[in-house]
Design a protein around this ligand. Structure first.
Ligand SMILES: [Zn+2]
Ligand SMILES: [Zn+2]
Length: 140
């Protein structure tokens, strides 16, 4: 076996699921189901919205893409399934990946203190940065 689990799942995808996966993987942004559908509506043969929606669910369950919740509560789909932080614009809701910063590692030193106060065995954390995207900052 020289294939990863992800690759073997990907090769078994239906044409439509594969088309949906390609849209999510091709863009460096986090698309909603509606945006993925927009990108595929002119496909031949056309793909129904319900099919896009079901395919996204399938791909998330298969571990090929990840879900991320936007400020407006809408789920977007992330081609990067590894743990990473996001930065969100408070003005327009734009969502981008945030590169890991050295401070994030320092925060792990707080795990013991957090474990003591909550009784949890702390295994990790995610940071969600808020701010203004370059376009909104320019208009402010
Ligand atoms: Zn913005
Ligand atoms: Zn992301």
């Amino acid at each position: 076996m020289n294939t990863t689990p992800g690759q073997s799942v990907a090769t078994r995808l239906t044409t439509q699921r594969h088309a949906v996966l390609q849209v999510v993987q091709a863009r460096p942004v986090h698309l909603t189901a509606a945006e993925v559908y927009d990108a595929l509506r002119r496909a031949e043969p056309p793909i129904a919205f319900a099919t896009v929606y079901n395919a996204l669910h399938y791909l998330v369950n298969a571990g090929l893409i990840a879900e991320v919740r936007r400020l407006d509560g809408v789920i977007a789909y992330d081609r990067d399934t590894s743990p990473h932080d996001h930065i969100i614009c408070q003005q327009c809701g734009r969502l981008d990946d945030a590169p890991a910063l050295p401070q994030a590692h320092l925060a792990r030193q707080g795990y013991a203190a957090l474990a003591e106060r909550t009784g949890y065995q702390v295994l990790g954390h995610r940071v969600e940065y808020r701010g203004l995207c370059p376009d909104c900052a320019e208009m402010a």
